[in-house]
Design a protein around this ligand. Structure first.
Ligand code: BGC
Length: 916
């Protein structure tokens, strides 16, 4: 698994004060700190210490408007003074009001119980264009199709190329471009692509929000003549792709753009170049069509050589047209843009017919294929993409539905040509290559993996190869489906941000990817999709208008807010969305609750293993769980989150409102769904019993008996999974909560159907949409979905790896380290790079000794648990823990010792008790 951690942060090293130093200064957790759209940014830093148990007791921040001032430690924007605070993440800026375009340089120093740090090196962030009137640019475009385009279900629209030349007249201090290019754009200065973002901006509901990106182009400008140029293509803005289905948005309009290039000269004067009717436009270039589902067509014979540089003759180009602005508010993109994140070399190529080859990338992923080819001008190389092959070795495309997933490259015919698409992506492992001139070899191709520029912040390796393979597949599945929003799948004619796929999944993903910004953006998408009455759809942004008023899919809004708070300490998102979340809760309650039971559900326990391997959904009622049971249980759980959120949002009066509703529901739920004779819920499916147990609806006296019904069912299935998207979210953790981690491990590592291991054993390199993904009806059978991951990753990191954030001291300020002893599992090494720094937990069983190495960052503590009450058998660094000042023994009873440790590295050893 690749790690991207260290390269993405500002690295600050201080040698003058070796004991305490600072690194990774972050503003709003942004990787790219340009053009942020808040005036009260949050600042975070990591403390490094050579000593154990280092805690911040105070900090001091300075923010300056110039490099000179920060160099002299003058905080002309904010000088916090020494603040007595142990908070080292999300400190809210409290200086002078920040205006559009301000660049802020900042530093921090901290005071700890082990001494104080020097001032950190300076980091910076800049404020974007906050107000409508900061924009002088005009929207330009070309609001029509050309004769070669096709406005149909399989829409084809050629790209729009815009260009403009301008002069600089003095030495440049700074030059910045702000650009919205809808649906997608590429930006060039003097013939060079600006930055390495791809498929920008992130998709939004363009009627509500359109996102701009900010680039520092100071180093790209020349003195004298310069050229700025863009290519615009469809993205999600112009997509006729679903126009045959009434509930789907067909298009937001033809591609259009807004661009403002601001130059500050060293003499203090300014020049602003804006998009307007003086720009030149060409719609008859090489990019003939680019449709997310059908692929990209590029005719290199039509290349406009030199078009994006100075001195190009654009006499034959037409004038750009002024077009209407989209309805959405223009805002800065705060989530990470997509990039080419990894290169994949193909593993084999086979000829299957005359001039037809199958290339195997060895991995299912999303992105594109770069080809190297040469040949006669006008020859067309066709690339068709698919996830798997048929028995005869040709592509299996039935599960793509009507997505054509085909790129066509027309050779220009002068030597070696290298090409990849720029405005589409495919979900694939195999490529059918037709009409390649000559014999293609592996070295002519490379896979470019495209997803949001998120760091991988977690790794987990165990002694079980099946589990390791599942973890790897999960990484690929999650990465493949980050596309500026979390989508369901990257290959078929769908690719929608379905809420229900991420309810608990988003929490599991947060152990692996730094997805805080992406999910904060998604909450905004969801909020924007809310109707005036309060309804939230199943898909947001609502490219598909699916307002079905169920609980489990829309409820993800609240689950994700909770994840951001628990895992990343993002209280702001909770507060920001509180009113909308509450409105949805009240909307659901007032319309669909009868006597404490929420009557409305749509998806049930989506995708349980069905009675026949060919089915998508089970028809046998014994396998399906009552919809009202699911809806009511989830609503109860959401009320618990809302109580917490009411407190965080200073809406304490609401707590009683939610609590009263919860009490009523609990009683009604138990009355309606609990079978007092046999101690099960509903029709005794595992899911029906899991939800009331995990959510705390089942009465204390009944819990053990309810659990024994779950156990019996699992035993009957010979320790296989029988839950769908809903039940699987709570399955493994419930088993561990009831001390049956051994059973959870069996389910997690099983190689036979149904289970995640069955997927890996049957060639999966990602996670399937269906447990029976290799046999089911292709109509709904993606091989790259993440919703069936359920709570697997959470369980693996928390219960196997031993890294969990305490629920009260959020964002890993206090870490609960409690790996469970599992027969047959001999070791695990987990890491998680939290906002405080890296957490490491690596254990190994050797004969009857449990070796455990731990490392936790400064300014955190960990509650560490051992499965023995004999404290004399626990050693740290060769010494009994009893006499060590850094280790506090909290309790030692009932086969359990609980310690509290401060930051630093520890090497524990203890005797293993014989347990399950
Ligand atoms: C999607 C799922 C989604 C479901 C709900 C499917 O087609 O791929 O991921 O949650 O529909 O209807």
């Amino acid at each position: 698994m690749k790690k991207y951690i260290s390269i993405l942060f500002v690295f600050i090293n201080i040698s003058a004060f070796p004991q305490v130093s600072l690194q990774n200064l972050r503003c709003e957790m942004l990787v790219n700190p340009l053009g942020i759209n808040v005036t009260l940014p949050r600042l975070s830093w990591e403390i490094q210490s050579t000593q154990r148990n280092t805690n911040q007791i105070a900090c001091q921040i300075i923010v300056a408007s110039t490099k000179e001032n920060i160099g002299k430690n003058i905080g002309d924007l904010w000088s916090s003074g020494k603040m007595n605070s142990n908070q080292s993440i999300h400190i809210i800026y409290a200086g002078k009001a920040l205006q559009s375009r301000t660049t802020c340089f900042w530093k921090v120093k901290v005071f700890t119980n082990n001494g104080e740090s020097a001032w950190s090196d300076a980091a910076f962030f800049s404020i974007g264009l906050l107000n409508k009137n900061d924009w002088q640019a005009k929207w330009i475009g070309y609001d029509k199709a050309s004769v070669w385009d096709s406005i149909s279900q399989f829409s084809r629209l050629s790209a729009r190329c815009f260009r403009k030349e301008f002069q600089t007249i003095a030495a440049i201090k700074k030059a910045t471009v702000y650009v919205v290019g809808l649906g997608l754009y590429e930006l060039f200065i003097n013939g060079n692509k600006v930055g390495n973002n791809v498929l920008v901006p992130s998709p939004t509901d363009y009627r509500k929000t359109v996102l701009y990106n900010t680039y520092d182009i100071t180093a790209m400008l020349h003195s004298g003549s310069n050229a700025v140029a863009t290519v615009l293509s469809n993205g999600r803005f112009f997509t006729m792709r679903q126009n045959y289905k009434p509930a789907k948005i067909t298009t937001f309009g033809y591609p259009k753009m807004l661009l403002q290039l601001e130059i500050e000269y060293t003499d203090g004067t300014q020049k602003i170049i804006t998009s307007d009717e003086s720009w030149k436009l060409n719609v008859d270039g090489p990019l003939r069509s680019a449709n997310e589902y059908d692929g990209e067509e590029y005719d290199a014979t039509k290349e406009l050589t030199g078009w994006n540089n100075v001195s190009y003759n654009d006499n034959k180009w037409i004038q750009a047209e002024l077009v209407n602005a989209p309805d959405g508010t223009v805002r800065s993109q705060m989530n990470e843009p997509m990039k080419v994140k990894q290169i994949i070399k193909p593993v084999s190529i086979k000829q299957i017919a005359d001039s037809k080859y199958i290339l195997d990338m060895g991995q299912n992923f999303s992105g594109w294929l770069q080809i190297k080819a040469s040949g006669k001008a006008g020859e067309k190389i066709r690339l068709r993409f698919a996830e798997s092959l048929q028995k005869n070795g040709s592509l299996y495309t039935a599960n793509l539905r009507d997505a054509k997933a085909t790129d066509v490259y027309t050779l220009k015919g002068n030597g070696i040509e290298v090409w990849h698409p720029c405005f589409v992506y495919h979900g694939f492992r195999y490529v059918e290559i037709s009409n390649y001139q000559g014999t293609p070899s592996l070295s002519n191709f490379e896979g470019q993996v495209v997803f949001d520029d998120l760091s991988t912040i977690g790794t987990l390796q165990t002694s079980d190869t099946v589990v390791n393979k599942i973890i790897k597949n999960a990484w690929w599945g999650i990465a493949s489906n980050y596309k500026g929003m979390p989508i369901d799948c990257p290959q078929r004619n769908e690719r929608q941000p379905w809420l229900g796929d991420r309810t608990t999944g988003s929490f599991g993903e947060s152990f692996v990817f730094d997805n805080a910004k992406l999910y904060a953006k998604w909450l905004d998408d969801i909020e924007e999709s809310q109707t005036a009455e309060g309804a939230i759809p199943d898909v947001a942004p609502a490219f598909w208008n699916y307002y079905t008023d169920n609980v489990t899919w829309p409820g993800t809004y609240i689950f994700v807010a909770n994840m951001l708070y628990q895992q990343f300490g993002d209280k702001q998102s909770v507060v920001k969305h509180y009113t909308s979340m509450k409105n949805w809760m009240l909307y659901m309650q007032s319309r669909f609750m009868k006597n404490g039971i929420l009557t409305k559900d749509k998806y049930g326990d989506w995708c349980v293993p069905p009675e026949s391997l060919q089915l998508i959904h089970a028809k046998d009622s014994a396998l399906n769980t009552n919809g009202a049971l699911i809806a009511t249980a989830y609503y109860y759980q959401l009320l618990q989150f809302m109580k917490k959120f009411a407190k965080l949002s200073d809406q304490t009066d609401d707590i009683i409102l939610f609590e009263t509703a919860a009490q009523k529901i609990k009683t009604a739920f138990n009355e309606k769904f609990f079978n007092t004779q046999f101690n099960y819920y509903g029709n005794n499916t595992i899911t029906a019993n899991l939800l009331p147990l995990y959510f705390g609806i089942a009465l204390e006296k009944d819990r053990v008996a309810v659990f024994s019904n779950i156990y019996k069912k699992i035993e009957q299935s010979n320790f296989h999974i029988s839950t769908g998207v809903i039940g699987t979210q709570w399955l493994l953790r419930t088993l561990s909560n009831f001390n049956r981690t051994d059973v959870a491990y069996k389910l997690a590592s099983n190689k036979t159907y149904p289970g995640w291991g069955y997927m890996t054993e049957n060639g999966a390199t990602t996670i399937w949409e269906l447990w029976n993904g290799n046999t089911a009806n292709p109509q709904m059978n993606s091989q790259n979905h993440v919703m069936l991951l359920g709570d697997l990753l959470i369980w693996l990191y928390e219960n196997v790896g031993g890294i969990k954030s305490d629920e009260k001291e959020i964002a890993f300020k206090k870490i609960i380290m409690k790996p469970e002893m599992i027969a047959g599992l001999d070791s695990a090494t987990a890491t998680h790079y939290s906002l405080y720094g890296n957490i490491y937990s690596s254990w190994k069983k050797e004969k009857n000794i449990f070796n455990w190495n731990i490392s936790i960052p400064a300014n955190t503590t960990a509650q560490v648990e051992f499965s023995t009450s004999d404290i004399n058998s626990i050693y740290e660094n060769g010494k009994v823990i009893n006499n060590q000042s850094d280790i506090k023994i909290i309790s030692a009873e009932k086969d359990k010792t609980v310690l509290l440790i401060g930051s630093g590295t520890y090497h524990f050893k203890c005797k293993i008790l014989n347990r399950k």
